[in-house]
Ligand binder design. Sequence first.
Ligand code: GDP
Length: 317
Amino acid sequence: MNLRNVAIIAHVDHGKTTMVDALLAQSGLFRANEATTERVMDSGDQERERGITILAKCTSIQWNGKAGETRINIIDTPGHADFGGEVERILGMVDGCVLLVDAEEGVMPQTKFVLTKALKMGLRPILCINKVDRAHADPDRVLNETFDLFAALGATDEQLDFPVIYASGRSGWATLDLAQPNDNLHPLYDLIVDHVPAPAAQARVNEPFQILNVLIESDPFLGRLLTGRIHSGKAVPGMAIKALSRDGKTIEQGRITKVLAFRGLKRQPIDEGVEAGDIVAIAGMSKATVADTLCALEVTEALDALPIDPPTISMTV
Ligand code: GDP
């Protein structure tokens, strides 16, 4: 299966939630009535009810476009400066990002913050100038502003050569050329599939299992859930694994009890297991935490983790 892992980054209110809803609705994964009635990524009330901070969210869509059937994991990345280290760790799970910038408001402080991180991680962003339907939208000015920001932040030539797409997430359309209006988001899906590389990890599927924990959360039924992108091998329920700290010490040994992958709005247990490159949550370990590596018993070295700085972010759908 073709796979893409992409982050969506933006200043608050520039339309991430609305865009991801629209991408999910048009991906055809859900019946039309379900897709339009629920705001996928904005489960704020529920988060408050459960009393946990949820700042990074993942949704997974299936897109059958020019390149064939492709699963796209989209991670909504927190834009706030308080969560610097976490943003980097989250960006470490993706191979590309879509930078949304409001066509009227233009570049804002969190645009700069998240773009700095994305460029530093070596990602080659797609620029999506969003809300072009706004009365005072000025996409040309916003494109220039954003280009200047890339340059000021030291973007490489490759990063500066970013593709641009214009969109109205709320009206559910995107176009590569504003002179050619459109009524769907298909060009955005195709651009993601074209521009974001497939995860390099997919080539390591026959190596021993390894995953770097990026997010930790507690599930009332499954216990500790550790989320990351599988670096190599395959995560299969029942498999014996161990957890290594950053310096390679064994923290605990145990078995995977559940492997959850993102499918549309929800996380689903995948009994047959999930292969390298995909983003999964793993249940079964009780001590391992963020920046630890879960791996097959024969593995002796931990994966390289970025520095940890609290607070820890949970991921949910
Ligand atoms: P987020 O904070 O980035 O997740 O932004 P939201 O998706 O919650 O959108 C913020 C506000 O902008 C909401 O009031 C949306 O209705 C509005 N909005 C989102 N997309 C568009 C768009 O394409 N055009 C216009 N005019 N407004 C939009």
